[in-house]
Design a protein around this ligand. Structure first.
Ligand code: AMP
Length: 325
């Protein structure tokens, strides 16, 4: 099978969107894997530092996210779980790639333009972050990188850098194809259904966190934006005309609930609450058990990171030597 590689940045606490759009897919990939070298799932904790973070909070977020990876059903005997910062090859290759990246290319990155350009206190690492992301990918030699719209430009740059490097210094990197991710649940913010439910949203009101207890889920769903439609066909899906209602319907079916017989927004919200609570409850139970043994969680990610060091060593060594060092 194609090697699966995916990283989540530990900024903000994981949401229902992360579960349906990422963790659940990771578990599906695990089910199709033959060996732990088929799937690498990591925490991109170095990327977290491109914006200011309180160290103690970052440490907690990393620990919580690592625990949630396991609570969601990822099994370290079948997939490799790691932390980017524990695999020095990521930052070592990132520097070599920075030496092949043009400032003109970095200036064109939409995320940098939107998030940091022109602001004097923007961290230099936010500017060079695409080189680190290219290293994250190229070290593992995936044939394909499925990527959503927001990261597409960075993966295109990764390809350009790999092609340029191979051309200049001799073939070292596999040039990955950029593919679209399988269409799947895109969970929208319950208060602003035109924007993605995001772990770093300014307001928590429209964001369901994986560790939200049932009463918090109920309250957030009860307050979800719908519309003033009361007709017999009020409960129907239309992303353009009824974004809030469509989002609730999508969440309901992604969480295994049935939309049959639901005629009112009140009934829809009750069904969504029930389905979300049922989806989160096994995960929260597993989390509670794992959280009692943080040393185990740490050891899983430390062991996986050792495996990553072994897998990536030859790529880093080849790139270093090719450049004349
Ligand atoms: P992010 O939280 O944006 O760093 O994304 C981490 C992973 O979770 C990526 O694979 C995203 O595609 C997925 N993801 C994040 N938010 C959502 C969402 N609202 N709906 C579906 N997938 C999401």
């Amino acid at each position: 099978m194609d090697r699966n590689l995916s990283l989540i940045t530990p900024t903000g606490r994981l949401t229902l969107g992360n579960h349906l759009g990422a963790l659940r897919r990771f578990v599906a990939a695990q089910d199709a894997a033959y060996s732990p070298d088929d799937c690498f799932f990591g925490l991109s904790d170095l990327h977290a530092l491109t914006t200011p973070q309180d160290p103690a909070e970052l440490r907690d977020t990393i620990r919580e996210m690592a625990t949630l990876f396991l609570a969601a059903g990822l099994d370290p005997s079948r997939v490799t779980l790691f932390r980017q910062s524990l695999v020095p090859a990521h930052r070592e290759l990132a520097y070599l790639l920075e030496c092949t990246t043009y400032t003109g290319e970095l200036n064109r990155m939409i995320q940098f333009k939107e998030k940091g350009r022109g602001v004097p206190s923007t961290r230099a690492s936010l500017y060079t972050y695409p080189a680190l992301m290219a290293a994250d990918i190229l070290l593992y030699r995936p044939a394909r990188v499925p990527v959503g719209e927001d990261q597409r430009q960075h993966v295109e740059l990764t390809r350009d850098l790999a092609i340029r490097f191979n051309h200049t210094y001799g073939t070292v990197f596999v040039v990955p194809e950029v593919t679209l991710p399988r269409a799947g649940a895109r969970v929208m913010d319950l208060q602003e259904p035109s924007t993605k439910m995001s772990k770093s949203a300014a307001s928590d009101a429209g964001v369901i966190r994986l560790l939200d207890p049932p009463d918090v889920v109920r309250r957030k769903v009860a307050r979800a934006v719908t519309d003033s439609d009361v007709g017999p066909s009020a409960v129907r899906s239309s992303r353009s005309e009824k974004p809030g209602v469509s989002n609730l319907l999508d969440i309901l079916s992604a969480c295994g609930g049935s939309t049959d017989g639901i005629k009112t927004y009140g009934a829809l919200k009750s069904a969504v609450t029930e389905a979300v609570v049922a989806t989160l409850s096994p995960l929260q139970k597993a989390y509670a058990e794992l959280a009692d043994d943080p040393a185990y969680v740490d050891s899983v990610f430390a062991d996986g990171s050792v495996r990553c060091r072994e897998v990536t060593a030859s790529v880093l060594a080849a790139a270093t030597a090719a450049m004349g060092l």
